[in-house]
Design a protein around this ligand. Structure first.
Ligand code: SAM
Ligand code: SF4
Length: 317
């Protein structure tokens, strides 16, 4: 096994792969999923995903996050986590989910050895949740979070705030974290797909509402979030600001999208079709990974109006 580090042409270490395991979803969030009913496909088999991730591990990938679409719609999700965890070189396997199926999945995910789960939750108001996601499932998500926390899984909540849509929900999201040992991360909306129809709210604006918040310096996860701890809070509060605090120079990621394309940046449609390489063999897969890393752009150009045509449900967020 190689065990070296994967470096891109700007000297960044690339050790993290997000895998969009499906583009199917049981929600249609207004800022993500176009149309009312989306019927997708699972293009990549479990073996395909394992092949790409194990080849990645030989080159230097150490952290894997499963996402989608909704990853828990794949019945093999917990087994996939277990098998990824057993790949030599892989240190953490995590998952990002909308949480609807989490209550039923939490035990199996815990047993699979998962290192953490991110649950997307943009409001704690039942009607607003229905408006944003198209489904009356707020309480399933809260139950799922509860169950995962009870099992001892580290949970982070992802909240996307849109101007005039769920700005009023910031205080109740903060209150939720005040009483629970979980992290919340406010993710600034990116102008990708349906997201370009709404206006995001920056972390700085949200932070200004928090009294007595102090920077939290302990490292949490592998991502770009900046964390704070507020007095009297059990949980911690993080901000991921791709627009107002561009963190591309520190990016360590590759993305395997739900069509089987390896993308070196979420902001462009460019990518390498992995399926022919998977059919050819492991050396071909490794060559594609090296090529994607070599061609990784320095960063997004959202501020210049350049954005991908594919939606986040395909790219994986
Ligand atoms: N279905 C799962 C979920 O919702 O957590 C996983 C896939 S979803 C695409 C991953 C994350 O991307 C979610 O936290 C979602 O809120 C976020 N997301 C989707 N569209 C976005 C956008 N335009 N800007 C910022 N975040 C976005
Ligand atoms: Fe589905 Fe997640 Fe997109 Fe919502 S954000 S539509 S849950 S993929």
């Amino acid at each position: 096994m190689g065990g070296g580090a994967l470096k891109d042409s700007y000297g960044r270490t690339i050790d993290y792969m997000r895998v969009s395991v499906t583009n199917k979803c049981n929600l249609h969030c207004i800022y993500c999923m176009p149309g009312k009913c989306f019927e997708g496909d699972d293009v990549l088999s479990m073996e395909d995903i394992l092949t790409v991730c194990s080849c990645g591990a030989e080159l230097g990938i150490r952290h894997i996050r499963l996402t989608g679409g909704e990853p828990l719609l794949r019945r093999d999700c917990a087994e996939l986590v277990y098998r990824l965890k057993n790949i030599k070189g892989i240190r953490t396997v995590t998952l990002t989910t909308n949480g609807i199926l989490l209550r039923d999945y939490a035990d199996r995910l815990f047993d699979s050895g998962i290192d953490g789960i991110n649950v997307s939750l943009d409001t704690l108001d039942r009607e607003k949740y229905k408006f944003i996601t198209g489904a009356d499932e707020l309480y399933s998500v809260i139950d799922g979070i509860q169950r995962a926390v009870e099992r001892g899984i580290f949970v982070k909540i992802n909240s996307v705030i849109m101007r005039g849509i769920n700005e009023d929900d910031i205080s109740s999201i903060l209150l939720f974290v005040k009483h629970r040992p979980v992290a919340v991360r406010f993710i600034e909306l990116m102008p990708v797909g349906e997201g370009s129809k709404y206006i995001g709210v920056s972390g700085a604006e949200i932070l200004a509402r928090l009294e007595n918040a102090k920077p939290y310096t302990k490292r949490i996860g592998r991502g770009p979030a900046v964390y704070y701890k507020a007095e009297g809070y059990k949980g911690i509060i993080g901000f991921i600001d791709p627009m107002s605090n561009k963190f591309c120079p520190q990016c360590s990621r590759l993305r395997l999208d739900s069509d089987g394309r390896l993308r070196s940046c979420l902001a462009y449609d460019d990518g390498f079709d992995m399926l022919p390489a998977i059919k050819t063999g492991r050396e071909a897969v490794k060559d594609v990974i090296k090529k994607a890393v070599a061609e990784k752009p320095l960063g997004h150009c959202f501020e210049k109006g350049i954005a991908p045509k594919d939606g986040m449900y395909c790219i994986g967020g």
